[in-house]
Design a protein around this ligand. Structure first.
Ligand code: C2E
Ligand code: CA
Ligand code: CA
Length: 601
């Protein structure tokens, strides 16, 4: 029972409006008694009651004042004197400090404010919730102000005016706090939710694009574990301060949503390039933060961009920024990706895409990624496969599975193949000169390239030019291509072997290779396809097949690469069967050059 009463009391105290009404009722009672019985002043009983009421008023938390029709101050309680910072026991000086209230964005004297609203308050009580009351230059409070009138009994058209001020500054502060991130003081997730409708209302007004950019530090958890919570927080604060400077000058708002995630909202965006430029600026700034930290830390920032309307509907756009960030992080660290749902899936118009190829070659939109290949026993990186990526200026990253076929059809694969070959040769030379660890790089070869007849000739030319060690280059041809064109291909591969290069039969296990052909083919490496090992952890039969293939290949003098390894379990199984080399997401995804190099430094 006690609990219930306490609970109800708490609720009442919490609720400022209830308090206001309570105070007003009290006030009305007081006034009625005070004025009604003024004539009967002589009554001792009345005097005692009057004193009690006055005491009660002075105990009230609300500031209360009673004015006459001629603006004379008739009664002021203690809270009002404290609030307006006027001397004790005097009532004429209520407005001495010239308090002001903000009405329609303008500061006006409280006295004037009361005078202008007095007449209206005769009809009904006027309530001004959460208005600003400036008491001194520095002291501004947020208050609920009410103005009501009380007719004086037996005096027609005569009133007293009652001012009641309830200070809600404290509550206001309590409400404002959760809208900012405690650590960095940037607006937080909650503020973002509130701002989103406003942000998107601009779209319809001027037809411009809106971008959301989600930023995060790569491997932040590791950083926290390495330098500690406090130190890593300092990095977040320094970065936030930089963000504040960058965005204060533009049509951008920055939020610190949670932990090490930051979000920028950009309105009136012209093109996606504008956004990526801004992000590279921010990434550069981060380097300053890092060096200022003088801890020799390597920090990088990944970014995911979602653009309305390209990335999705308004209510999906925040999620799209996360999808973009996920794409960026899948590719390594310090990457920036735009999420474009329709165009990054397989719904490309093949014709449109092939028409973009020549320009893309010219604009150098292709980039060689390297997927590490590790040695079975030591798990050390001993090689890599060069895998091509297309950074399409409009569609973002396109998978080779989509464009290699198109390039083969249009013949552009020849030019692309030459580009890849030269990139890899150049890179091998650089690694040699800069004394990186020596590794073998595998290059995928398409049948169309070989069929030009210029294939080997071009390789010879590049070999002479770059003078790389051919033992560090391997050419991969898929099993099905090799088997279907054996007569045509054989002598090319013999020639490459004679030059010192290695040859690998890719995607082994997906075609039908005859045993006698395997014996003749001039390859020295067999690459077991992912589909063969995908279920070996669960299937005894499949384990037996893979073990059989490896044994057979070893007997024929082949070395084995197992590709598509995604778990430790599979890695252990194929290692126990004697596979020399392993490749797969379990060890690493294909990486951009800059990232890959760190592994062989
Ligand atoms: P591929 O030659 O069989 O290359 C291996 C593919 O498997 C790569 O896909 C690689 O990213 C992916 N992969 C590697 N490890 C794993 C794993 O653990 N799990 C899964 N699910 N996938 C893994 P990517 O890079 O998309 O390349 C696809 C295909 O495109 C390649 O298959 C190759 O046939 C072709 N390609 C890629 N780059 C080139 C190139 O430079 N020239 C030519 N002619 N073809 C290329
Ligand atoms: Ca391959
Ligand atoms: Ca393969």
């Amino acid at each position: 029972m006690m609990m219930n009463i306490e609970y109800v009391m708490d609720m009442l105290i919490e609720n400022s409006v209830v308090l206001l009404i309570l105070s007003l009722s009290l006030l009305f009672m007081f006034c009625i008694l005070f004025f009604k019985h003024r004539v009967k002043r002589n009554s001792v009983a009345f005097k005692a009651r009057e004193k009690t009421l006055e005491k009660a008023f002075n105990l009230a938390k609300d500031a209360i004042a009673i004015l006459s029709q001629k603006d004379e101050v008739i009664y002021v309680n203690k809270s009002m004197r404290t609030l307006l910072q006027v001397e004790k026991d005097t009532i004429d000086n209520l407005f001495d400090k010239k308090p002001q209230v903000k009405e329609k964005k303008e500061w006006i004297p409280l006295e004037t404010f009361i005078q202008t609203h007095k007449i209206d308050s005769r009809k009904k009580e006027l309530l001004f919730p959460k208005i600003k009351l400036k008491i001194t230059r520095k002291e501004v409070r947020v208050v609920n102000l009410s103005l009501s009138s009380l007719p004086i009994e037996n005096r027609k058209d005569e009133y007293y005016f009652i001012i009641n001020i309830h200070d809600v500054t404290y509550m206001q502060k309590k409400e404002e706090l959760p809208y900012h991130h405690k650590l960095t003081q940037l607006p937080n997730q909650l503020q973002l939710t509130m701002d989103m409708p406003k942000l998107f209302s601009k779209v319809h007004a001027d037809n411009s694009k809106i971008a959301l950019v989600l930023l995060t530090f790569d491997h932040f958890l590791k950083l926290r574990a390495t330098i500690g919570y406090e130190e890593s927080n300092k990095i977040l604060v320094a970065f936030s301060n930089d963000l504040k400077n960058i965005v204060s000058t533009m049509d951008i708002k920055a939020y610190h949503t949670f932990d090490n995630y930051f979000l920028l909202t950009l309105s009136r965006v012209g093109s996606i390039e504008d956004v990526t430029l801004l992000i590279s600026d921010i990434q550069k700034k981060l380097l300053d933060v890092t060096s200022a930290n003088s801890k020799n830390l390597y920090l990088s920032l990944s970014a995911g961009i979602a653009v309305y309307p390209e990335s999705g509907k308004i209510n999906q756009i925040y999620d799209c920024a996360f999808k973009a960030l996920d794409l960026a992080q899948q590719e390594g660290t310090g990457k920036v990706k735009v999420y474009l749902p329709k165009k990054t899936t397989h719904q490309y118009d093949a014709l449109v895409l092939s028409s973009h190829i020549p320009k893309a070659l010219e604009n150098k939109e292709f980039e060689v990624y390297y997927q590490p290949i590790v040695e079975g026993k030591s798990k050390k990186v001993v090689g890599a496969e060069a895998l091509i990526r297309w950074n399409h200026s409009e569609f973002g990253l396109i998978s080779p599975e989509i464009f290699i076929g198109l390039m083969e059809e249009t013949g552009y694969i020849v030019e692309l193949g030459r580009f890849i070959l030269e990139e890899v040769f150049k890179q091998q030379k650089r690694w040699e000169l800069f004394k990186f660890k020596q590794i073998e790089v595998a290059i995928n070869v398409s049948m169309v390239e070989i069929a030009t007849g210029q294939f080997v000739q071009n390789i010879k030319k590049q070999l002479e030019h770059y003078k790389v060690n051919p033992a560090l280059i391997k050419f991969e041809i898929t099993e099905s291509v090799a088997m279907g064109n054996e007569i045509q291909l054989d002598h090319y591969f013999h020639e490459l072997r004679a030059l010192g290069f290695s040859i690998s039969l890719d995607d082994f296990g997906t075609g039908y290779t005859s045993f006698s052909y395997l014996k003749k083919f001039p390859a020295n490496v067999l690459k077991i396809d992912k589909s063969l090992i995908d279920h070996i952890a669960e299937s005894e039969d499949e384990r037996r097949i893979v073990k059989g293939i490896i044994d057979l290949a070893h007997n024929l003098g082949y070395k084995i690469v197992v590709e598509g390894i995604e778990t430790l379990e599979v890695s252990n199984i194929v290692t126990s069967y004697g596979a020399e080399y392993l490749q797969g997401y379990y060890f690493s995804k294909p990486l951009p050059l800059f990232e890959f190099q760190k592994l062989i430094r």
